[in-house]
Design a protein around this ligand. Structure first.
Ligand code: MN
Length: 180
């Protein structure tokens, strides 16, 4: 069974990537400070945060400063996932180990989320044809919906452009400045 997933790049008090999986009628969520890695040897810390409603997966824009998560949000990747062996994801979530394949615009192939402590999980790429040593967060920094960088979303939506820009790669910032 295919279910939806989304990764929202979020420049709040600190930059992180919110990884959300549709499970039942909500999206259990993990904040991944460094973002996903395509390299199976790079286990990425993923802190489980509160479930989000399914509708939130479509949000890209600015959360006002002073509100929870105040800052700029980008839809960095989205698509569907499928549990390995068609395991019930709600059961796997309780057990603390989710094994699935992603069919996103940026992320593909096998992945594992495994709990290592209270709220503390690791996000790990499986060893398959989609594994790679390319730094996907640096190589593909733009929104899959609108192709915008964080600073461009902040500019369009009335957010803090300078703060948002600290979440964009330096190379992209240079090319954006050069275009003006
Ligand atoms: Mn967040």
């Amino acid at each position: 069974m295919r279910r939806s997933f989304v990764i929202q790049k979020h420049r709040a008090s600190a930059l992180h990537y919110d990884f959300r999986l549709e499970i039942g009628d909500a999206m259990p969520s993990w904040a991944v400070p460094k973002g996903p890695s395509l390299d199976p040897s790079q286990k990425r810390l993923a802190m489980q945060v509160e479930d989000h409603p399914l509708e939130y997966a479509g949000f890209e824009g600015v959360i006002p400063e002073g509100e929870y998560g105040g800052g700029t949000v980008m839809i960095w990747d989205e698509g569907t996932y499928e549990m390995l062996d068609d395991v019930d994801p709600a059961v796997a979530l309780k057990k603390g180990e989710l094994r699935f394949t992603l069919d996103g615009r940026k992320l593909k192939g096998r992945w594992t989320l495994v709990r290592t402590g209270p709220q503390k999980w690791l996000l790990i790429k499986g060893r398959d044809a989609d594994a790679d040593t390319t730094d996907v967060t640096a190589a593909q920094p733009r929104s899959v919906r609108t192709k915008r960088l964080l600073a461009e979303i902040a500019r369009d939506e009335g957010g803090d452009v300078e703060k948002a820009a600290t979440g964009d790669p330096a190379v992209s910032k240079t090319s954006r400045t050069a275009k003006r």
